[in-house]
Write a protein that binds this ligand. Sequence first.
Ligand code: ADP
Ligand code: MG
Length: 334
Amino acid sequence: QAVINRIAAGEIIQRPANALKELIENSLDAGSTQIQILIKEGGLKLLQIQDNGHGIHKEDMGIVCERFTTSKLKKFEDLSQIATYGFRGEALASISHIAHVTITTKTKDAQCAFRASYSDGKLAPPRPGASADPKPCAGNDGTQITAEDLFYNVPTRRRALKSASDEYNRILDVVSRYAVHNSTVSFTCRKQGSSTADVQTSSTSNITDTIRQIYGSSVASELLHVEKEFPPLDFKMNASFSNANYHVKRTTFLLFINHRLVESTNIKRAIENVYTSLLPKGSYPFVYLSLEISPRNVDVNVHPTKREVHFLNEEKIVDSIASTLQEQLEGSNF
Ligand code: ADP
Ligand code: MG
C-alpha cells in the first residue's frame, strides 16, 4: 500500500514546483498576507514556506496529511468547487508520501506554536524513539511547512528531473505568477544561504506595481488594463497586458481561472493572434489574465497534474477575450 501511495503521489507531484504551488495555495487559502519561501537545490533538498495565515489547530495536526482531509468543504455548494480546485485534500498527503514533512503552526488563540513531523500521511517521530505527537514550541502566528528530500523514495521520478537550477527557475516562475495574481500579499523567495531574494514583492494595492517588482519597469510602463463581465456567458475577465510598443523575444502569459494557475492553449493562441497583427515581427506580448467562470462550467475531468483546462462555451469565451483585448489595443494611443 505504501508503494502504491508513493507512486500515486509521484503522479500528482511531478516536480518541486508542483509541490510549492500546492503549498502556496494553502497559504493563500489560510488568509496569509506574507509568504516567505526558502529553497535548497532546486527544492529537492528543501522546500520551505512560511506564512502568517490562520494556522492549524493542534487537534487537527494529526490528520492534515491524511488523504482527503480538507477543511475547505464546509458548505454543500462548495462541492461544486471540486471542479476547479481538483482533488481536495490530496496535496499535503501526497507530499508526505514522497518527502520528509515538518509543520510548525500557531493559531491566534493558541498560547504557543506546535511542531510535528509526517511520513506517509501520518504523524511520524522526528527522530527514532521520539514521540510523534505535536510538540509545543516557540513560533509566530501562521504556518511553516518544510518538505525535505523530495522524491527520496522515488528514484525514477528524481532521475527524470532536470538540473537543480532548472527546477529553481520553475519555482521562481510559479512564485512570480502567484505574486502577480495576489498583489496584496507580499512574497519572497530565496535560496538557502543567500541573503538576497530572487523574487520579492511588497504588498501593494496595485497590480502594476507588483508586475514592476517582478518583471521590471519596461513591462509595467507599457500596460493596459481591462475588467469586463459577460453575463450571457457567465464569466468575468480581468487583464493587464502590454501595448503594441512592447518588444521582447518571448511571450509571457499568466493565466488564472478561478484563482488557480492553469494553462489554456486555446486562449493563449487566440491572444497571440491578436498581437501578431499589431506587433512588429519577432516581438511578443506580456499578458496577465484572470478569469472567473462558474465552477459548473469548468471541465470536471481535469486531473490535478494537467494544468490545461477546458470549459463550457469555450469557443465563445475565447473569442470574447480576444476581441476585448483587440479593442483595447486598437483604441490605445501608442
Ligand atoms: P486542501 O487544500 O485541498 O484542503 P491540502 O492537502 O492541500 O488539502 O491541505 C489539507 C488541509 O491542511 C487544508 O484543508 C487545511 O485545513 C490545512 N492546511 C494546509 N496548509 C495550511 C496552511 N498553510 N495554513 C493553514 N492550514 C493549512
Ligand atoms: Mg491545498
